[in-house]
Design a protein around this ligand. Structure first.
Ligand code: AKG
Ligand code: FE2
Length: 345
């Protein structure tokens, strides 16, 4: 059954056909993925290979981390290093111009890259050792679960990219040299419920934004809050959590790479549920030195819209914009009042 392009929530696709031996089923899956990439770059997948027991364990790690005292969490502040690992306080980012700093806290994680590794020595994108919360119970289990989950997500992202390659009539391993030596960023995110007196127009868990990388794979808990912008009817639509599924979306790098054929779509989070919300996005950035240049079959009748750019330059451009906005906001009178009212800076 074809997916309706007017469908308002990202369709749930059974990804198991990617791994199966039924060529027709795989072709059908690829066609569905293609349609989503062309429409708004969002879909959800079940039938992947991440065990639900691992998903539950990693969510549990995330909740245990955020339950620590602020003092324990700030010991491993992201400000301790320049490679994006560690704890980020509430109100650190503004992705949407004109809104208040975001109501979320996060733990930024990635592949464990020791200080002897050439990526660390040469200051490659987001590369270095993780910061671990030494005050957490059962630290060894926390580290092991987190890194096992990271490795499994890396494999899943590779498979999703292979499916995307097939949608463009490229070989399944087309993205091989992009994936080799790739860096990815994983975040444990916690969205406290919005305070009842908060200005709903301004308060965001995450403001409207597009992601910067190639693909993002998001695990949500059972609390809703994620919304995707629908250009056709100019409205936000909820992405209601589907147990065990990943929300997949294409980032700006993929839109640029595909010469704007595939879409990197606006999304945001507003946690109006009254409950704590947890999610774990996995951003696949790619090999830092890889050069993003218009994909084959994407500039057939039209010229390429963009010059080539390295993965590093593409990702860093996006970060600088959003953090600069948060700092500038906090210097304004409105910003000072808003951050003081909620009591945390
Ligand atoms: O937490 C979510 O549901 C989405 C988070 C997100 O869009 C992001 O971190 O880029
Ligand atoms: Fe996002």
């Amino acid at each position: 059954m074809p997916i309706s392009t007017t469908s308002r929530s990202p369709p749930v696709l059974d990804f198991s056909a990617f791994y199966g031996s039924d060529a027709a089923a795989k072709q059908k899956l690829v066609a569905q993925v293609r349609e989503c990439c062309l429409h708004n770059g969002f879909f959800q997948i079940t039938g992947h290979r991440i065990p639900s027991s691992l998903q539950e364990k990693v969510m549990d790690c995330s909740k245990r981390f955020f339950d620590l005292s602020l003092d324990e969490k700030t010991k491993i502040s992201k400000a301790n290093n320049s490679y994006n690992r560690g704890y980020e306080l509430l109100h650190s980012q503004i992705l949407e111009e004109g809104t208040a700093p975001e109501l979320k806290e996060g733990l930024y994680l990635g592949e464990e890259i020791p200080s002897s590794h050439p990526y660390f020595v040469n200051k490659k994108l987001n590369s270095g050792p993780n910061q671990w919360p030494t005050g957490i119970d059962n630290l060894e289990e926390f580290q092991q679960t987190t890194m096992t989950y990271y490795a499994s997500m890396f494999e899943l992202a590779k498979d999703v990219l292979a499916a995307v390659a097939l949608t463009l009539d490229l070989p399944e391993d087309y993205f091989g040299s992009f994936v080799d030596g790739a860096v990815a960023a994983m975040r444990f995110l916690h969205y406290p419920p919005q305070p009842p007196d908060s200005n709903e127009r301004l308060t965001r868990g995450v403001g409207a934004h597009t992601d910067f990388g190639s693909v993002t794979l998001l695990l949500q808990d059972e609390v809703d809050g994620l919304q995707v912008w629908d250009r056709d009817v100019e409205q936000w639509f909820d992405v209601l959590p589907v147990k065990g599924a990943y929300v997949v979306n294409l980032g700006n790098m993929m839109q640029r790479w595909s010469n704007d054929r595939y879409k990197s779509n606006l999304h945001r989070v507003i946690n109006k549920s009254g409950k704590e919300r947890y999610s774990i996005p996995f951003f696949f950035n790619g090999n830092p030195d890889y050069v993003i240049d218009c994909l084959p079959n994407c500039a057939v009748d039209e010229p390429a819209n963009y010059p080539p750019i390295t993965v590093t330059a593409a990702i860093l451009g996006g970060y600088n914009d959003s953090y600069g906005r948060a700092e500038r906001y906090k210097q304004t009178e409105a910003g000072k009042a808003a951050t003081k009212r909620v009591g945390i800076d």
